[in-house]
Design a protein around this ligand. Structure first.
Ligand SMILES: [Zn+2]
Length: 256
């Protein structure tokens, strides 16, 4: 126990065998005038680290991998200095990292997605027949919908009350609430889009006023800390369960 953080572990000290690796996937993307470009990476990695530390303290052999700082932000490229990988590029990166886990004998990998533009399901459908590593996907902001509904009054999507609260809890020095707008967006001109049954890869610079979707002005550090604590507990529980689960003929289901 205690060697759960690969970035800070030396060769020879790491546990002989880990049961689960966690790969946090962040992004480098404009987050309105009030949050930093690394918001998704910082949030996702902080949650991954806290959950791995808690799971480790409960005896689970977990390994937290360093977060990927880039992912799919194609529709955000209208905002200066947003850095994007195409979906096919991200898939290749993840495929190679899964192969590295397989080479090191790690039986299970949890992909902790920290960015809404990443749609990993098609990747995992393709990868699952090509590797012995059992893959599981979690979008971190969906881990505790009940806590989300209880804590936040202005649900949004991007640089909103929830993300701003989390950053106030984690990195208050990087948050500039005095510069925040109200997160208003432009309505779709097509009824089908308004009703939600026609989809486009939304050009963020046309949809939003300043890159924000959802009003961030209700954010507080206390809400962020409470949300983080709830997420950490649930994610750590999953990691302990994963670590203790044998990859048998019925995995991930209960046997007959
Ligand atoms: Zn974000």
């Amino acid at each position: 126990m205690g060697q759960w953080n690969l970035a800070e572990t030396t060769w020879g000290l790491a546990a002989e065998q880990y049961a689960v690796a966690v790969l946090p996937v962040g992004a480098t993307e404009a987050h309105g005038p009030h949050l930093p470009y690394a918001t998704d990476t910082l949030q996702c990695e902080a949650l991954a680290r806290r959950a791995c530390q808690l799971a480790d303290s409960r005896g689970a052999r977990v390994l937290c991998l360093p977060a990927l700082p880039y992912s799919v932000c194609e529709n955000g490229l209208g905002f200066r200095w947003t850095m994007s990988l195409r979906p096919s590029t991200l898939f290749r990166v993840v495929t190679d990292l899964v192969a590295s886990c397989e080479a090191h004998g790690i039986p299970k990998l949890l992909l902790l997605n920290g960015h809404g533009g990443n749609e990993f399901q098609p990747h995992l459908r393709e990868l699952c027949r090509q590797t012995s590593v059992q893959l599981m996907l979690v979008n971190w902001w969906q881990v505790d919908r009940e806590a989300h509904a209880r804590l936040f009054v202005a649900p949004g999507e991007h640089a909103d009350e929830m993300e701003t609260s989390l950053m106030l809890a984690l990195h208050p020095d990087l948050v500039h609430l005095d510069r925040a707008g109200n997160g208003a967006t432009r309505a779709p001109r097509f009824t089908a889009m308004q009703e939600g049954w026609a989809w486009v890869a939304r050009p963020w610079e046309r949809l939003t006023i300043d890159g924000t979707v959802g009003d961030p002005t209700h954010a507080t550090a206390a809400k962020g800390a409470a949300f983080l604590e709830a997420l950490t507990e649930k994610l750590a529980n999953l990691l302990v369960e994963l670590a203790n689960s044998l990859v048998d003929d019925w995995y991930p289901y209960q046997g007959r």
